[in-house]
Write a protein that binds this ligand. Sequence first.
Ligand code: SF4
Ligand code: SF4
Length: 254
Amino acid sequence: MKTRYFRYGLMTVITGLVLYLALGYGSRSFEAFCPFGGMESLWGLFTTSEFSCALGPLNLSMLVGLLILAIIAKKAFCGWACPIGFMGELLNFVSRKVWKKRPPVAPKVNGGMKLLRYVVLVLALIFTYKSGELILRGYDPFYVIFSGMGHGTVGLTSLIVLGAIIVGSFVVPMFFCRYLCPLSATFDPFSKLGLIKVVRNEDGCTNCGKCARVCPQGLEPDKAVKLSHRDCTNCFECVDSCPHKDVLTIQATY
Ligand code: SF4
Ligand code: SF4
């Protein structure tokens, strides 16, 4: 619980800073801090040595920094800093009050739906590389929310997509992060290598399953010895939930 307060506090500060920029108080646009913009910049940089649209060196620096972070601490950015990840967790918190018992997503459906984020990644890159414009930003919750439906959004369609993501989050925790986020797809191979992870001491574990029930990503720390799954955000909700001391620990290990 203490970790969650600290995490939520950090994400509140970061979300507040993005909002501050979005309201026009900073010297840069909030878009300059989008790490996925670094991915979208690559083709333009290779072909014309110029950044596409509103993107710049800061986007690329953030991407490189976060890929290094993923090799060290898996998807910690998603669990400790991303405003959209934060909103996903808040929606998950609210939806837990609505559902008495949320129907589980079948593992095959869950696994299949996760492939959608690679489709989004490929489409976002193809559209940007072909046009030099951020064509999909009108469907990106980060842009739609913080730009206040600014230019590049597509009116009612943007609102419908945002609404569908919110409704989806009530059905499946972290709906956007799990199934649609192209940045999450970018992190995947790096996160799989991530050094810092949750480790379970099998001798002390009573297989109560509490850790799996609280995992916002639907992972199974109760079945792993070393939680290497690419989707782990190192949020440590599972560690905090375990009733036994030192059964789930955080270690730097391969
Ligand atoms: S396995 Fe644990 S640390 Fe990883 S995402 Fe799930 S709750 Fe968070
Ligand atoms: S909460 Fe702790 S004791 Fe229960 S299954 Fe998870 S690791 Fe084992």
